[in-house]
Each structure stands twice: as structure tokens, then as C-alpha cells.
Design a protein around this ligand. Structure first.
Ligand code: BES
Ligand code: MN
Ligand code: MN
Length: 461
């Protein structure tokens, strides 16, 4: 149960909470674009100010790129410690002309707030701060010790976080970790996530002649980098949809039978999903359901392609270079280091003479599975039931959050609660990203309930 005064405080203040969310969303904290570095810093300072107002002591830590905000609640002696992680950086908003209202001018329409970062992850991160504020505002004390770790580099693969966790280990040790940076199973079906895919993200560049050439004068006598690139990319996958890189599946842990049965029991409205995506057919690895393909099987995707002329009309050239960005989603027990190596070997072996290939790893994240039957998980289940009014289902998500394995590795903590308040139709990374205000409120309620449930759950250990 959520104590009445806290519940009322949330109901009475939800409008001002939404106003604050809108302020947070107005900061264009795009981590991958260097011209937005000062905005990422502003977002860090905004969160610091928010937690300071809750009586936390917080600090902004500078890194090689974007700052990390770390804050701690006043000590509650003998009570468990919960580490809350979130990120205040966002993905680039383009294509801009597809947004109905500008990405950094939040607008509320039909119960949703629209802006880049609304769901991923500013809206979800803020639920914890507003939950803390609501406990205190209701005249109560926090029942446990809280640490908030918020970063500005998640969307670029969290490059500074590993060193930070090592250097600040003593300040980060906790009995459980909670991360709300994902989604419910479907809108109105809250979930606890117990698995995330990992990621290998690479860039491939093919170079041929010193400059673009007349395709009439030189066509037919040299290898065309764009053609070479297309040939190589087409070899990465077999026609039926499996990945053709030798060794790619060697370390893949197959989903267990019970897990496959459980996934099969989750309601998937395939037609509704097709309609949302605007596609007439699904594709992918044969023998696996849509849910298995999205969460429990590895994939390879081309994220972008360039080379030669793509402006209006025709230009008869052989481009001097061509390139692609390719990402592979990984599952336990694949590792980005090994997959990068297999990819590189395969691409190099398939590159013909007369052109050169250059492969760069842009970032990686380890796949993860977290234990399901722990007291912390049960506390999370109860908290969600209180906040959303429904028992959650257990799911594996297809996205990646680099911090999860870093926490396992450097803090030795496996009690990691992945509780997404968003929804798969929020449009994370897409134009018109949004967050349902009802979910924002349910998230705040669940977060506040989690504080109380964890105190009971963790002291039962
Ligand atoms: N919040 C997402 C991760 C996510 C997506 C979790 C969907 C669960 C469901 C996160 O911000 C993200 O986008 N991560 C990147 C990885 C990173 C290394 C750039 C991703 O998954 O592409
Ligand atoms: Mn995120
Ligand atoms: Mn993201």
C-alpha cells in the first residue's frame, strides 16, 4: 500500500510535476552532437538542483565528455541502500520535419507529453525524484538510503561510466539497483524486465579511387566502393534471415523451454503492431516468435548507408568512397569484443583487391539476464501493482543499457530492477517521442511504493 498522505500528495501535485518535466524536456541535451555539450551540462545541473531541493547532497563530476550527477539522501542508519540510475542525455531529434511540434518545445496532446527524451529517459528518471519529493512533501521520512546516479552519455554507449564506477565504488555500493529506462510490455500491461540485449556497433568504410570518377570513362575497369559495400553487406545475412558471419551464434544461449512457453503466453496483437509500424509483413529468423526475435535472439541491422551521389537527378560517377553503420544486438553469452572481431574478419575476407576497408567500433554493451526470484524482484512486483493497479508480467527487452553489466562487474550487484514505465509506442529515438502522463503518474506511485516495499523485502534477506 502507498500511505494515503503520499498518494494524495502525488494527486495534488501532478500538474506541477508535469510542468517541471516540460522544463527538463526543453533542454536539448543531445549527447552525440558536440554543439550540445553545454546543454547536457544544463540537464545535469537541472537534476542536481532537483535532488538538492529534496535535501540530498549531490555533485556533478566532469568526465572526458559529459558530466555525471551523483547524489545521496541523508543517512537512514541501518536501512537498506537503493541505487537509482537514469540518463538525461537524449538521441538527436532528426528528421525534424517529421515532428508535429518541435522536439524541445514540449507540448501536451491527448494525455501525452511530446518531446525528445519524454520517455527515454528524462520522464522516467524524473519519476524517482518526484516520488522522493512526494514522500517528504507528505511529511514522511524516506524509509531507506537512496543514491541517484544520472549520466549524460548513455545514448553514446556510456564511455565514461566504467571508470567512474571503479573510482567511486565506495559511494555506489547498494543492496539493490533500480533502472527505469525501458517500457511496459504494452501500453497498460506493466512489466518487470529480466533480460536486455547487448550491442556491437561498427562503422565500415570502403575506399577506392582518390576522387569521384566519370563512370563512362572509368566504369568497368576498377572496383566501385559503393558496389563493394553493397556486396559485403548483402553477405552478412542469409536469405532466410539468419546471420552469415561464421561463429556468430557459437556463444548464444538458447531461450529455455519454460521461457519460450512464458513468452508464448504473453498477448501480442500482431496486426496492431504491423499497423503501428506501417509494414505489411514481419521478417526475421525462422522458428522464433516475434517476441523471441525481439528479446532473446541476436540480430544484425544496417543503421545507415552513404556513398556517391544521392541528390536530385542523375550524376554519372564512380564514388571514391562508401560506408555503412551496422549494429548487432547480442544475447547471453555473446560479447561485443568477440563479435566485433568476427565481423571484422568476415568483412575483411570479403573485400576484393583494389579497394581498402576500414572498420571502427563505435560502441558496445554486454547482454544481460538478472535473477528473477529475489526479494527485490518481489518488492518490485508489488510496487508496480500498487502504482499501475495491475500485476506486472516478466519480459526480456531488445534494447541495451550499458550500465547494467558495469554494475554487475564493478559493484558485484545482481539485484538490478529494470522497471520500464514507458510504452513500446512512445517512439523512443523516433520523431514525435512521447510519454503518457498517466504512466508518468503511475511511475511516481510505483517508485514511492518501491521504497517502502524494498525496506520490507530486503530486510527479509
Ligand atoms: N532506453 C534505451 C534502452 C532500451 C530500449 C531498453 C528499449 C529497453 C527497451 C537506451 O536509452 C538506449 O537507447 N540504448 C542504446 C544503447 C546504447 C549503447 C547506445 C540502444 O539500445 O540502442
Ligand atoms: Mn534510455
Ligand atoms: Mn535511448
Amino acid at each position: 500500500m502507498l500511505p494515503d498522505p503520499i498518494s494524495s500528495f502525488i494527486s495534488d501535485h501532478v500538474e506541477s510535476f508535469v510542468q517541471e518535466l516540460a522544463q527538463f524536456l526543453s533542454i536539448p541535451s543531445v549527447s552525440t552532437l558536440s554543439e550540445h555539450a553545454t546543454d547536457v551540462m544544463s540537464a545535469a545541473k537541472w537534476t542536481l538542483d532537483q535532488v538538492n531541493r529534496c535535501g540530498f547532497s549531490g555533485t556533478i563530476h566532469l568526465t572526458d565528455r559529459h558530466p555525471i550527477m551523483l547524489a545521496r539522501s541523508p543517512e537512514v542508519p541501518g536501512a537498506p541502500v537503493l541505487l537509482i540510475y537514469g540518463h538525461y542525455d537524449v538521441q538527436p531529434p532528426d528528421p525534424l520535419d517529421e515532428w508535429k511540434t518541435p522536439p524541445f518545445s514540449p507540448e501536451i496532446r491527448d494525455g501525452y507529453i511530446y518531446a525528445r527524451g519524454a520517455s527515454d529517459d528524462k520522464g522516467q528518471l524524473l519519476t524517482y525524484i518526484k516520488a522522493i519529493e512526494s514522500v517528504l512533501g507528505a511529511g514522511q521520512k524516506l524509509p531507506l538510503n537512496l543514491i541517484i546516479l544520472a549520466e549524460g552519455e548513455e545514448e553514446i554507449g556510456s564511455p565514461s561510466l566504467e571508470k567512474f564506477l571503479k573510482d567511486h565504488r565506495g559511494q555506489l555500493l547498494a543492496d539493490a539497483v533500480v533502472i527505469s529506462d525501458g517500457s511496459q510490455f504494452a501500453h497498460g500491461i506493466p512489466a518487470v524486465t529480466y533480460g536486455l540485449r547487448g550491442l556491437s556497433y561498427l562503422q565500415v568504410e570502403i575506399r577506392g579511387p582518390r576522387f569521384d570518377l566519370h563512370s563512362g570513362s572509368f566504369g568497368g575497369v576498377i572496383n566501385n566502393p559503393a558496389q563493394v559495400l553493397a556486396d559485403i553487406l548483402s553477405k552478412l545475412k542469409n536469405p532466410e534471415g539468419t546471420i552469415a558471419i561464421p561463429g556468430f551464434y557459437d556463444d548464444v544461449l538458447a531461450p529455455q523451454d519454460w521461457e519460450r512457453r512464458e513468452m508464448a503466453s504473453l498477448p501480442v496483437d500482431e496486426q496492431a503492431l504491423k499497423d503501428y509500424l506501417g509494414v505489411s509483413e514481419f521478417a526475421g529468423e525462422p522458428g522464433y516468435s516475434i517476441l523471441e526475435r525481439r528479446g532473446a535472439r541476436p540480430t544484425l541491422d544496417i543503421n545507415g548507408l552513404w556513398g556517391g551521389f544521392s541528390g536530385e537527378g542523375a550524376k554519372t560517377i564512380i564514388p571514391s568512397r562508401a560506408g555503412a553503420k551496422v549494429s548487432m544486438r547480442l544475447v547471453p553469452n555473446q560479447t561485443p569484443a568477440k563479435i566485433d572481431q568476427l565481423f571484422e574478419r568476415f568483412v575483411t575476407a570479403n573485400c576484393p583487391n583494389g579497394v581498402s576497408v576500414n572498420i571502427t567500433s563505435l560502441h558496445g554493451a554486454d547482454p544481460v539476464l538478472v535473477p528473477r526470484n529475489t526479494p527485490a524482484m518481489m518488492a518490485a512486483e508489488k510496487a508496480i501493482e500498487i502504482g499501475f493497479g495491475k500485476r506486472p508480467v516478466f519480459i526480456r527487452e531488445g534494447g541495451s543499457i550499458p550500465v547494467v553489466n558495469l554494475i554487475k562487474k564493478h559493484l558485484g550487484q545482481e539485484n538490478i530492477l529494470l522497471l520500464g514505465w514507458g510504452s513500446p509506442s512512445d517512439g523512443a529515438h523516433s520523431p514525435n517521442e512521447r510519454f503518457c502522463l498517466e504512466d508518468f503518474q503511475s511511475g511516481i506511485r510505483s517508485a514511492a511504493a518501491l521504497f517502502h516495499e524494498l525496506v520490507n523485502g530486503l530486510s527479509l534477506k
